[in-house]
Ligand binder design. Structure first.
Ligand SMILES: Nc1nc2c(c(=O)[nH]1)N[C@H]1C(S)=C(S)[C@@H](COP(=O)(O)OP(=O)(O)OC[C@H]3O[C@@H](n4cnc5c(N)ncnc54)[C@H](O)[C@@H]3O)O[C@H]1N2
Ligand code: MOO
Length: 422
């Protein structure tokens, strides 16, 4: 158990040390989007499986056209038509050619395809029986895509550990693969702690508010590739919370709570984790959200976020997203950042690392500028919705108690996957 306040980086690595990768499952290709492949996939076939035409036109013996020019066009007889999906296994003589469509197999008796646009029809309409004139000699294998251009049978299509994108899914489908093994999505049980919390549907009772953190946290779990289950509201009661955490720890891969993480008379999550399992840390040097509690119950990781909405949200983004991604096999968990200059002075009297909600945009000169949301209260959601990033103000107290206009800040853009290059 850490009794000290951890830096966000320390807290993140402690969580990463205490999670397990999920098991694997076989899923249809489209369901594998954004997920990590468990094992290398090899192709059983050559892709593409045969030399095919890259243009609609005429398949020719190049030798016939060696002397073709504007002044002396070479005339060939069109023998057959080869649409895509068909196969010509005959032969042609010198002086003959084949009409061929894009994607159709190029017969071995030809060695270049000449597109329609540069061929003249002398007699007929270009269909079999016509005579067509060529005014230039194509390059060898011109407009022919070669068999195995992408991968040969037995070759690697996607390596184990790669995150499948739409391109990879298309590539696998091209190889005739329809299912792949990926790491399972972690099942995350989300508990809202607080006797003041009420579900929507009924008018609010005096002193109560509608429960919202478990809804927002479920959305963030979904964004991070997990499967959230809202377990419901648990009142501020030590024993009731003990039972809820015990039960959830046996049903889910990760348990997330919000509220009751501070030192108030009814804040029980730390005590409950300590009683039921192992309490690992309780404080992180960040604002919003210093009361970040983490531990294990029945070997299941339990993250107790603070009740204040922005504190829970930032706790998730900074500490938990990488953990959920790691459980699904992601290896590069670096949070992408870039630099922007602060617009306006910003008071900073709290020595904690600050994650400001706000908007980053490029100015006329192409420089990134960050404008903090006016209201940085950790008790409200609106500024998160209206923001496109978090800006980091480093720990410590700046001279004069404020960070000055034009200071360079690190920006964490929303919606950019860990490990991305930006
Ligand atoms: N004496 C001190 N008091 C507080 C301190 C402190 O250092 N000393 N820290 C403050 C900070 S900072 C935070 S953050 C909060 C964290 O407290 P808790 O995790 O115990 O959160 P609660 O007290 O349960 O709730 C805080 C606030 O959020 C509302 N809330 C809670 N759950 C939900 C939910 N599911 N949906 C919507 N809103 C929720 C709750 O009603 C409170 O208003 O402690 C400060 N206090
Ligand atoms: O840590 Mo609290 O989140 O500053 O409100």
């Amino acid at each position: 158990m850490f009794t000290n306040q951890l830096s966000p980086e320390e807290a993140r690595s402690v969580i990463l040390e205490n999670i397990k990768r999920t098991e694997m499952e076989e899923v249809d290709l489209v369901d594998a989007l954004g997920r990590v492949l468990v094992e290398r996939v090899k192709s059983e076939i050559d892709v593409i499986p045969f030399n095919n035409a890259a243009m609609d036109g005429f398949a020719v013996k190049r030798e016939d056209l060696l002397n073709a020019s504007e002044e002396n066009p070479v005339v060939l007889d069109v023998m057959e038509e080869i649409p895509a999906g068909s196969y010509f296994d005959g032969n042609i003589e010198h002086g003959q050619c084949l009409r061929i469509m894009t994607g159709a197999p190029v017969p071995d008796c030809t060695d270049a395809v000449v597109k329609y646009e540069i061929v003249d029809y002398l007699d007929g309409d270009g269909m079999p029986g016509s005579k067509v004139a060529f005014k230039a000699c194509p390059k060898e294998l011109d407009n022919i895509r070669s068999r195995g251009e992408e991968v040969l049978a037995g070759g690697t299509v996607i390596e184990a550990g790669e995150i499948l994108g739409a391109g990879g899914i298309g590539y696998l489908a091209n190889c005739g693969v329809s299912k792949v093994k990926v790491y399972k999505k972690p099942r995350v049980g989300v508990i809202a702690i607080g006797s003041e919390l009420q579900m929507p549907g009924e008018p609010l009772k005096p002193g109560c508010i509608y429960e919202s953190n478990s809804v927002a946290l479920s959305a963030t779990v979904l964004e991070a590739g997990g499967i959230p289950t809202r377990i419901g509201i648990v009142e501020d009661d030590f024993d009731v919370l003990c039972d809820a955490i015990e039960k959830a720890s046996k049903e889910f891969d990760f348990v997330v709570t919000s509220g009751g993480a501070s030192n108030g008379d009814f804040d029980f999550i730390k005590g409950v984790i300590d009683k039921k399992g192992e309490l690992i840390f309780t404080l992180v040097n960040m604002r919003p959200g210093k009361c970040q509690t983490f531990g294990l119950v029945n070997e299941t990781p339990v993250m107790g976020f603070p009740g204040n909405p922005a504190a829970a949200y930032c706790g998730f983004e900074i500490l938990l997203r990488p953990a959920l991604l790691s459980m699904q096999g992601h290896k590069n968990l670096e949070i992408p950042t870039f630099e922007a200059t602060l617009v306006g002075d910003r008071k900073k009297r709290d020595p904690r690392r600050m994650y400001l909600r706000g908007f980053v945009e490029k100015d006329a000169e192409g420089n990134y500028r960050f404008t903090p949301a006016k209201n940085q209260s950790s008790g409200i959601y609106g500024p998160i919705q209206q923001s496109n990033c978090l800006a980091i103000i480093p720990e410590g107290e700046p001279e004069g108690g404020k960070v000055l206009d034009g200071t360079t800040l690190q920006i964490i853009p929303f919606g950019v996957l860990e490990g991305s290059v930006i």
